[in-house]
Design a protein around this ligand. Structure first.
Ligand code: PLP
Length: 350
């Protein structure tokens, strides 16, 4: 038997661990330390169980409508999926078909190369500069599409809308995806670009700033034509990606804007305080506009710090990859959780 040639072999993405230890401090997957809005819980409690008997709305009209109102676009400009991973993978499948290599930075979200391999899309990874900044000239060569997170992961570095406008403008023959998973933590969104340029798609998620990683909701906003193409592919794949509960909870989350903004503001305050404390402890890091800090210590190896934090039941993220293997990515938790991290680091470092 040799059916190897029949198999689509892939090297899968490895997500951060989801340990479940009593008393653990979990700062390894950029989840929100606060719960979603109370009305989200209420909406789930009030779910009409009879609804589970029925298929959900394949067009997810209520949720796309709520997002369209919130972001002042037409509902035909919004696409929703099972987390932004689903949206992004669908976008790769839909838009990266020219046979030309797509471009994304050498240091970035580590799912991009996995999808590219899965879908047999050739790719190139222009190097970030020595400060982990994007070199925009690298994205002005022939390509089959571009995908860049802003702020970038796992560095937390934010680039200006003008940088992305330049990249979008330079690439009228390919689609530029801007992955704004962390944009709510103080960055300026590239959403206004979608009104000016046909070839840009902005992707966001409920998983980080909206505290709903467990619910799996992500969305893309672009011009109507791009969204139509995305929907054509989605409806050729699985019509019912969004379940009834996610649809109801997602709408409530959008409606409770004051709660959302306060929750994000708390994370930002804690992040800014953490920057000062980490500096005092001898860490350096690129300035973060996300809900994590990507830090390296001037003496102690990141892999050792990672292991020693783990023995204290504190989970952060470590990437054993070129150029970043001496960094820890520490998600921003509550003030109390961060205090515990600083205390632990102080002990380990002395
Ligand atoms: C977390 C993350 C995502 C995916 O999040 P979902 O939970 O699938 O919405 C996408 N891109 C980046 C850069 C992320 O950090």
């Amino acid at each position: 038997m040799n059916y190897d040639a029949c198999v689509r072999t892939v090297e899968p993405y490895v997500p951060g661990e989801q340990p479940n230890q009593p008393g653990m401090i979990k700062l390894n997957t950029n989840e929100c330390p606060y719960p979603p809005a109370p009305s989200v819980a209420e909406a789930i409690r009030q779910m009409d169980m009879d609804k589970l008997r029925l298929y959900p709305d394949p067009e997810a009209k209520e949720l796309t409508g709520a997002l369209a109102d919130y972001y002042h676009v037409k509902k035909e400009q919004v696409f929703v999926g099972v987390g932004s991973d689903d949206v992004l993978s669908m976008a790769f499948l839909t838009f990266f078909n020219s046979g030309r290599p797509i471009l994304f930075p050498d240091i970035t979200y580590s799912f991009y190369d996995v999808w590219a391999n899965l879908y047999r899309i050739p790719f190139e990874r222009p190097k970030l500069d020595e400060n982990f900044r994007i070199v925009k000239e690298d994205y002005k060569k022939e390509n089959g599409g571009i995908v860049i997170p802003n702020p970038n992961a796992p560095t937390g570095i934010l680039e200006g809308v003008d940088t992305f406008e330049e990249i979008v403008k330079a690439n009228p023959d390919s689609i530029v995806i801007i992955d704004e998973a962390y944009i709510d933590f103080g960055g300026e969104s590239c959403l206004p670009l979608i009104e000016k340029y046909e070839n840009v798609l902005v992707v966001q998620t409920f998983s980080k700033s909206r505290a709903m990683a467990g619910m799996r909701i992500g969305f893309a906003i672009g011009n109507e034509k791009l969204i139509r193409y995305l929907n054509d592919v989605k409806f050729s794949f699985n019509s019912y990606t969004m379940n009834q509960t996610a649809l109801a909870a997602g709408v409530k989350s959008i409606e409770e804007d004051a709660y959302f903004k306060e929750s994000v503001a708390k994370v930002i305050r804690t992040r800014e305080a953490a920057k000062l404390r980490l500096r005092e402890l001898g860490f350096t890091f690129p300035d973060s506009y996300s809900n994590f800090i990507f830090a390296t210590h001037r003496e102690k190896k990141a892999s050792d710090l990672f292991e020693q934090l783990k023995t204290r039941n504190i989970y952060v993220r470590y990437f054993d990859a070129e150029r970043i293997c001496n960094y820890l990515r520490i998600s921003i938790g509550t003030d109390e959780e961060m205090e515990a991290v600083f205390r632990a680091l102080q002990e380990i470092l002395q």
